[in-house]
Design a protein around this ligand. Sequence first.
Ligand SMILES: Nc1ncnc2c1ncn2[C@@H]1O[C@H](COP(=O)(O)OP(=O)(O)OP(=O)(O)O)[C@@H](O)[C@H]1O
Ligand SMILES: [Mg+2]
Length: 262
Amino acid sequence: MTREETPIVVADDLRKDYRGGVRALDGLTFSVSPGTIFALLGPNGAGKTTTVRILTTLTRPDQGRAAVAGIDVLAEPGRARSVIGAVGQHSGAVGLLTGRENLAMQGSLHGMRGKELRRRVTGLLGQFGLADAAERRARTYSGGMRRRLDIATVLVHRPAVLFLDEPTTGLDPEGRADLWAVLTELASTGTTILVTTHYLEEADQYAARVAIVDRGKIVAQGSPGELKAGIPAASGIAASLDDVYLHHAGRSFRQAEGVLVA
Ligand SMILES: Nc1ncnc2c1ncn2[C@@H]1O[C@H](COP(=O)(O)OP(=O)(O)OP(=O)(O)O)[C@@H](O)[C@H]1O
Ligand SMILES: [Mg+2]
């Protein structure tokens, strides 16, 4: 295996049961190549957030192995956190602090200070289109600005891997396009990005690889092209990623309710 092929994120046979008999993950396995964008898709309750929470040290699996940048996240969560940036489904920004202060605080938590930290913060504010709003309190930001601030904040310490749980949910089309432009640029400079999303067209357009999660397992994975080529096309029309998704994980929400209860 060449160096490029060594995965930077490994989820190996993860199982997670929650109290009340919910099996959130049921032997989930995948890996991510360095410097790529990897998208986890799947219905509500499939296990995407649970997977991200395990990989980012926020929860532990009952079984399996998780590693980021060669670090076992279960054995060495502190070291793992130093190479990870993670944004959850809800904003982590401190509303009473300005954008600049939010970024500076995060840098201090990672041991950065002085001129290096100030330069890094100013650079990120510019990269994420927040230079003009830098001295405003985060609570005055729009949803899209806050999302950009959240991502900029977790990048201050230059993590190798960025985990984003539904980063574009709730953003307008322009905000989504802007965010993807920044993510694509980050990936092109070597940052590995794992995103969850319900926007299949985004995964199709921007992710090098896609994995579809259903009931705590990966039910399909590959490049968008491979996945589309792998399902029967309807009457000569090329399959879309929506077709792929419905083929592997499609069911009505009524069927989805309760299926995870063991
Ligand atoms: N803290 C918890 N306690 C009990 N059950 C939980 C907990 N967190 C998640 N679950 C359950 O685990 C399963 C997987 O949830 P998870 O949040 O990982 O799904 P998801 O794929 O992120 O869904 P969504 O697309 O709605 O965000 C669901 O059945 C959910 O109800
Ligand atoms: Mg989720």
